[in-house]
Design a protein around this ligand. Structure first.
Ligand code: GLN
Length: 200
């Protein structure tokens, strides 16, 4: 008889941006989503999503209540998934302009890298994920301009990595929560479930 797993508890940083769509996508992918607005709400979570929005606004908020430091600590142990502004927060280095980041993903990320005219776009491209091409919704997106050797590229936009994974860290420069396809959220839920099992 196979034992039924309890769904992993995944936080969504709910400071600003499209966190509600992420919560819905996580639920569809088999997790229990929890909105996180204060650092003490990180306790007991199995993983965390850093949504898109405006990274400078999110950073300003994280400056309060030692939120940034506690987030850093949480993400050193548990899986984290950053989309768009969230991917910027995860990067080792941020350009245009340089700003503080968590340094959990060995990558250099340039903010607002696609110019004003084409600042939003829907691109369908090949992906390493099973199930064929992936739709990617880009909104004032950053570009991953450099990645370290441990970073696996799962999809690209115009040659630049758009979906990457480094162990327990997943990052997308697009908004997977805005497409119907749940493969990216399912991958994150799998990463969280595997990490949870490994510590039990
Ligand atoms: N342009 C935003 C930033 O630099 C990111 C945009 C997004 O998250 N959709 O923070």
């Amino acid at each position: 008889m196979t034992e039924k797993r309890t769904p992993p508890l995944i936080g969504v940083l709910a400071i600003q941006g499209d966190y509600a769509a992420h919560a819905e996508a996580l639920a569809e992918a088999g997790a229990t989503p929890v909105e996180v607005r204060r650092p003490d709400q990180l306790a007991g979570l199995d993983g965390l999503v850093l949504p898109g929005g405006e990274s400078t606004t999110i950073l300003r908020f994280l400056g309060k209540l030692r939120f940034f430091e506690l987030l850093e600590e949480f993400c050193r142990k548990k899986p984290v998934f950053g989309t768009c502004a969230g991917a910027i927060l995860l990067a080792r280095e941020v350009l245009n302009p340089p700003q503080r980041s968590l340094g959990l993903l060995d990558a250099v990320v340039e903010r607002n890298a696609y110019g004003r005219q084409i600042d939003s776009a829907i691109v369908t491209a090949e992906t390493a994920l099973a199930g064929g091409p992936l739709e990617m919704v880009f909104i004032r997106a950053p570009r991953i301009v450099q990645t370290g050797p441990a970073v696996e590229v799962l999809a690209r936009r115009e040659g630049s990595p758009a979906l990457v994974r480094e162990g327990r860290v997943l990052a997308a420069t697009f908004h997977p929560e805005l497409s119907r396809d749940r493969r990216v959220h399912r991958l994150f839920v799998e990463i969280v479930a595997a990490a949870k099992e490994a510590v039990q």
